[in-house]
Design a protein around this ligand. Structure first.
Ligand SMILES: CC(C)(COP(=O)(O)OP(=O)(O)OC[C@H]1O[C@@H](n2cnc3c(N)ncnc32)[C@H](O)[C@@H]1OP(=O)(O)O)[C@@H](O)C(=O)NCCC(=O)NCCS
Length: 190
């Protein structure tokens, strides 16, 4: 009989050294597996600590971590438009979502995406945008199962291993709790 695994997702404003170390290990495992979110090669611990430390300081970014049996095994970011961008204040971006290979298949990414969407909706956001390399098949399946609509393909989105890789662009409409419906708020978007 297999043991019940403990799944958790939380929004964090800082990371203690133990969680940061686990996050760095998870990140390098994902990079080495080929599903890095931008990085193509494993990074030093110091570089990753600087990277995540910097992200936690950016006002427009919110940071979410996933835990498996208490250990940090993945993360995602929600990026809000900068304050001067009033015309797009109703939309957010889901970026850099990943789960370490050793923690995949438990439903943590689905929880992570849902948590980021719920947070965005609670802040009054009506639209979640994201983009992904066309080669990230698991992520594409995840986002499409979660109700994201693919609206565009960028033919020269990324370069990896000497190859140019297309990118897929997605959006999903969110419902704001206690607010007008998104159909009413946005009007006819075709
Ligand atoms: C995509 C990724 C985050 C999925 O993590 P995960 O925790 O294993 O995903 P979950 O267990 O929550 O799966 C949720 C759903 O996603 C889809 N999915 C996830 N992995 C899949 C796979 N290998 N094949 C097909 N569908 C998959 C399924 O719809 C799944 O639901 P189901 O199990 O009921 O069929 C993980 O594979 C990853 O980190 N990949 C590399 C990084 C990446 O591509 N990030 C996205 C771009 S920034």
């Amino acid at each position: 009989m297999s043991a019940v695994r403990e799944l958790a997702v939380e929004r964090v404003e800082h990371l203690d050294p133990h969680d940061l170390a686990d996050l760095c290990d998870a990140t390098n495992a994902a990079i080495v597996d080929g599903g890095g979110f931008g990085w193509l090669e494993a990074q030093s611990r110091a570089a990753l600590e600087r990277h995540f430390g910097g992200i936690l300081l950016v006002p427009e970014r919110e940071f979410f971590i996933a835990r498996l049996d208490g250990e940090v095994v993945g993360s995602a970011q929600m990026i809000r438009p900068p304050r001067h961008n009033e015309a797009q204040a109703f939309s957010a971006q889901l970026a850099h979502a990943f789960i370490a290979p050793y923690a995949r298949g438990f439903g943590l990414a689905r929880m992570l995406v849902r948590r980021v969407e719920d947070r965005a909706a609670a802040l009054g956001m009506r639209v979640m945008n994201l983009d992904v390399r066309a080669t990230q098949e698991s992520a594409i399946a995840l986002f499409e199962a979660a109700g994201y609509t693919r609206w565009g393909v960028h033919p020269a989105y990324a370069r990896a291993n000497g190859q140019t890789i297309p990118g897929y662009y997605y959006y999903k409409l969110l419902e704001v709790p206690g607010g007008r419906s998104t159909a009413e708020a946005l009007g006819d978007i075709g």
